[in-house]
Design a protein around this ligand. Structure first.
Ligand SMILES: Cc1ncc(COP(=O)(O)O)c(C=O)c1O
Length: 360
């Protein structure tokens, strides 16, 4: 599958809304209809006013860094940032930075080849799958997937378990017939035997980890041999995945990709334990069976007004981006692979202290 300007299949309509290029994403796909092109990814700098939130970091992290709990763009390991800094003026003796070199030259080709080889090794991606580095963020796939895999009269199935899968289904409705085979309550995943899959669906799409609600599948759903497509934007490379079960896996790169995944389960457990041990001061809305290991939403049910204060006080202590998504409110800690365990432990300790101060 080749997605991007000049790569639409003949006769396919142009996406109704195009996203500006810039955010990188990965798509792991089964053999292509057209040959993949590795286009240069233009960079979009997201200037974020987060530093102001934590005027001076009290976290004890190197370089005065905060604990950034953002759902994405997310924290990167210091070692990676230092390497990028060192490479910026002269990438491995080439005499220039990556941003200045030809995207068709051998230096850049070696970078993209190494990235693909690493990804293949990490995920054990079978040889009959392509790896594509695309532009446009994961959202572009919301239209690119139906445009490439289905025609106007075709039926496609969507499992809706939160905001992102809902968005994906709405976008697909512009191009083909969408059967929403199951809809969750944003806290749990409907039992598999309640799904109403279509006999003739071109594919079944689901979101493996709902970043906003914190609802995560604990394995690939069985869709009876249909082409399975997963949005893994917020849990990509957080756990082993049997790629052969999927037709396409896609993921925005700005969340979890790059750093090695260690102590993920422990990290999430620290936070869920802090919530459970708060005597009801904090609440996790999600069914324990499907709680996300990446995005942990929580609320202060007895006094939602306190949530603003919680977020402000945490920021003063160098723990930033804890505000829940605007569509659901509350708090959310995104604890991707590069968030140090220390950050989660400091947050859990802060939660305990805050609860002790404010519990009635
Ligand atoms: C699960 C999921 N899908 C899709 C998106 C959209 O990604 P992008 O911003 O790369 O378009 C997000 C963004 O947060 C997400 O969390």
């Amino acid at each position: 599958m080749c997605i991007g300007s000049g790569c639409r299949p003949p006769g396919a309509p142009r996406p109704a809304r195009r996203r500006s290029p810039g955010r990188r994403q990965f798509a792991v796909t089964q053999p292509a209809r057209t040959s993949p092109s590795v286009a240069p990814c233009s960079l979009q700098l997201a200037v974020r006013a987060v530093a102001a939130e934590a005027a001076s970091s009290t976290t004890g992290q190197p370089h005065g860094r905060v604990f950034n709990f953002s759902a994405g763009p997310a924290v990167l390991p210091v070692e990676v940032l230092e390497q990028a800094q060192a490479d910026l003026l002269n990438w491995r003796g080439s005499g220039m930075s990556v941003m200045e070199m030809s995207h068709r030259g051998k230096e850049f080709q070696s970078i993209i080849d190494a990235a693909e080889a690493d990804l293949r090794a990490l995920l054990s991606i079978p040889d009959n799958y392509h790896v594509l580095f695309m532009q446009g963020g994961a959202s572009t796939q919301f239209s690119a997937i139906p445009l490439n895999l289905a025609g106007e009269g075709d039926t496609v199935d969507y499992i809706v378990t939160g905001s992102w899968s809902k968005k994906a289904a709405s976008e697909a409705k512009k191009y083909c017939k969408v059967n929403v085979a199951a809809t969750g309550d944003n806290k749990s995943i409907p039992a598999r035997d309640s799904w109403n899959l279509s006999a003739d669906a071109k594919y079944v799409h689901y979101c493996d980890n709902e970043t906003i609600q914190g609802v995560e599948f604990k394995g690939a759903p069985d869709v009876g041999g249909k082409v399975l497509i997963a949005d893994m934007s917020s849990n990509f490379l957080s756990k082993p995945v049997d790629v052969s079960k999927y037709g396409i896996i896609y993921a925005g790169a700005q969340k979890n990709i790059g750093p090695a995944g260690v102590t993920i389960v422990i990290k999430a457990k620290v936070l869920y334990d802090a919530i459970a041990g708060s005597n009801g001061f904090y609440n996790s809305p999600v069914d324990p069976a499907v709680r996300s290991l990446m995005n942990v939403p929580f609320t202060i049910p007895s006094n939602p007004d306190l949530e603003k204060e919680f977020i402000a006080q945490a920021a003063k202590q160098g723990m930033i981006q804890l505000k829940g998504h605007r569509s659901v409110g509350g708090m959310r800690a995104s604890i991707y692979n590069s968030m140090p365990l220390d950050g989660v432990q400091q947050l859990a300790a802060f939660m305990q202290k805050f609860a002790a101060q404010h519990a009635k």
